[in-house]
Ligand binder design. Sequence first.
Ligand code: ZN
Length: 270
Amino acid sequence: MKRPQTAVDLMIAFGAAVLSSALITAVHMIDVRAQARQAEAEVAALSDDLPRIQPRRAATQPRPPLDCTKMPCVALTFDDGPSPMTQPLLDALASRGVKATFFVQGYRAAARPGDIAAIVAAGHVVGNHAYNHPRFKGKGVNFVIGQLRSADAAIVAAGAPRPTFMRSPYGERTKAQAQAAARLGLVNVLWNVDPNDWANPGADVVVQRVLSAAKPGAIILMHDMHQGTVDALPQIIDGLRAAGYLLVTVPQLIGDKVAPGTNVFSGPKG
Ligand code: ZN
């Protein structure tokens, strides 16, 4: 082996050593990167074969319990369906992730059981709005019980749980109605925000009326049969949320401490 004798020889030998070291390092890095890429590909291939395990949200992100005595809740309620408007209404609610309460007429539930099933499947609440929307004023307890029972039967036959909430047609509250409700285990849920959507004033007017009248604890009356209501819904939901409200169902709003036969809110007559 030739030994370096001069300063020039030493410098050449040193330069060769540095160059060689750099080459080895570069080759090594290329090799490591290739190994890493291969490992990633193997993990990806393996992952495709493994069952997907959903993260458990509750374990990592506990949500505070919903307490509408402390939070600004409002409930959207839709009367008089089901109807051909039910599915568009459900689509509008689903597009915003909102749960609502539907007070349905018994004979309509009997005619459109699929809509009742769709309401329940989407996580909404079904209430009893009598069988065919009669006036309760001047009627006896047996008449009211008959109306509520036959509506209950149609609702249950369509696949919904037996309602624990009713809404008198026209918001009428009578002694016989209260006795019938108590007998059947029903709370009569009326309303305190009414945009008169049934009169088709136009979606913008319905939106403005709801947003201007909303307050914490409000029960908002609308109807499951008008295109204008469906058209107004996205703006109503966005507007209420922008004002800080939580949109909840009737049982979430009033809890389970209200005695059957009680009226929640008065509701205007007629
Ligand atoms: Zn009604």
